[in-house]
Design a protein around this ligand. Sequence first.
Ligand SMILES: NC(=O)c1ccc[n+]([C@@H]2O[C@H](COP(=O)([O-])OP(=O)(O)OC[C@H]3O[C@@H](n4cnc5c(N)ncnc54)[C@H](O)[C@@H]3O)[C@@H](O)[C@H]2O)c1
Length: 349
Amino acid sequence: MDWRCDTVLEGMPDASLPVVLTESPRVVVTGCAGFIGSHLCEALLALGCEVTGIDCVTDYYDTSLKRENLATFCDHPRMTFLERDINDVDAVELLAGARAVFHLAAQAGVRASWGGQFGDYLDRNVQATQRLLEACKDPSVAEGLVRFVYSSSSSIYGDRTDLPVSEAALPQPFSPYGVTKLAAEHLCVLYGANFGVPTSSLRYFTVYGPRQRPDMAFRKFLEAALDGKPWLVYGDGSQTRDFTFVADAVRANLLAVGAPHPWAVYNVGGGACITLTEALEMMRDYLGEEAPDLVPTIDYQNRVEGDVRDTWADPSHIHDELGYKAAVPFAEGLRREVAWVVARRRARG
Ligand SMILES: NC(=O)c1ccc[n+]([C@@H]2O[C@H](COP(=O)([O-])OP(=O)(O)OC[C@H]3O[C@@H](n4cnc5c(N)ncnc54)[C@H](O)[C@@H]3O)[C@@H](O)[C@H]2O)c1
């Protein structure tokens, strides 16, 4: 069983899509082998786009998972995949003629961003973004480019109490990862303001769903349960998150191409604020339906440096400007992730 890209497009009338995406344009997706990027490629191919995807398949997590993601769309006749590092390619050549660039490539992960790996965060999050934005100034790119959509993060907000948080709040990242995501977002805004590069930055709030990264909480809990291991919860479980289903994150990317402002910043949330304990109770129920023998226990651990306590997006700006509203309720999205993880494991014996 696999997740189908038309889930993203379902409930999204053609009229709400930016016109350029209905004209079979050439588009570029960076980070196309990753969790969100692979879903986005499928949606763009389903729309009729010519997609050039670039991903250097970093080993931050098991590369075979990225190969699995790629396998679902890489052979499509309108897909060109470049297994290259953004920092090593001629970025002007990569972007020339593209109508939209979706920049998802990044070094993800809050916890790993402390210490010796910080150089990877600078190279992959800041330097790579700067190279792409510089290329956008070149006439061969600038001429046709309608929008550069940057995948930012709710981690730029930091640990806050003024929730739900709006885009007008002062960013105060709480982890080195958040600092690099914010630096790249600032680059997008200032290349827009100084050179007219049309950018939209999307601050995703915890994205989940099929193909979720194995370092993210739900995927870790599900894989642990299937291995008969306990659930390691950092903190007491009362921390809250605004969880965003991956199809909604993809849809926000499509809509952001039509943003009315030249350098816009938007929250992308799932529409509800859930405690981790609530999420785990639901996960236990869904797992029980799929695999009745599994009854995971919870092992509480100390909170980890860089993890914020609560997140919750004020959704009004993206709703008012782009017509985005999360379409997949949390219960439904979580059920889909549970079913996908269980089916994938069964298929592998
Ligand atoms: N998943 C979430 O909950 C979440 C939340 C907020 C923001 N984001 C952002 O969304 C984007 C996608 O996240 P994801 O969860 O799909 O991550 P992911 O790690 O699955 O995908 C990122 C991909 O980028 C590739 N990459 C990294 N550096 C590269 C480079 N220099 N050149 C080419 N490829 C490179 C990696 O190999 C990887 O496949 C990232 O920018 C991330 O910061 C994700």
